[in-house]
Design a protein around this ligand. Structure first.
Ligand code: FMN
Length: 94
């Protein structure tokens, strides 16, 4: 299976994680703004990482649009953020 890690990063944290994943899997790595429908067609597994801003993972809609519905691609998602989701959930229940 051919895999690629695609990342979107403003300050470099997501890029760092993307590189670690890419090194571990020994697959390709590409910045999100350079990804095209044509590029993605050559992969079976697309690992997409981005940052969270105002509780949204940025760039995910565009990426999923580029992946499309053709074929049987696997899409794996990761994100970086500064808010601890567990603590946040705890607070909101109080
Ligand atoms: C304007 C702004 C909004 C943010 N909103 C969130 C948020 O809702 N949840 C969260 O966990 N982190 C939030 N963060 C923190 C970033 O997601 C975090 O610093 C991220 O790791 C940055 O990734 P990057 O270095 O790849 O750009 C926010 C940061 C900024 C500047």
């Amino acid at each position: 299976m051919k895999a690629i890690v695609i990342y979107k990063s403003k300050t470099g944290l997501t890029k760092k994680y993307a590189k670690w994943i890419q090194e571990e899997l020994r697959c390709d790595l590409l910045e999100e703004k350079k990804a095209t429908v044509k590029t993605l067609q050559g992969y079976d597994v697309i690992i997409f990482g981005s940052y969270i801003r105002v509780e949204k993972i940025w760039g995910i809609k565009k990426l999923l649009g580029q992946v499309g519905k053709e074929g049987q691609k696997k899409v794996v998602l990761f994100s970086t953020g500064s808010v601890d989701p567990v603590r946040k959930g705890t607070r909101s229940r109080q």
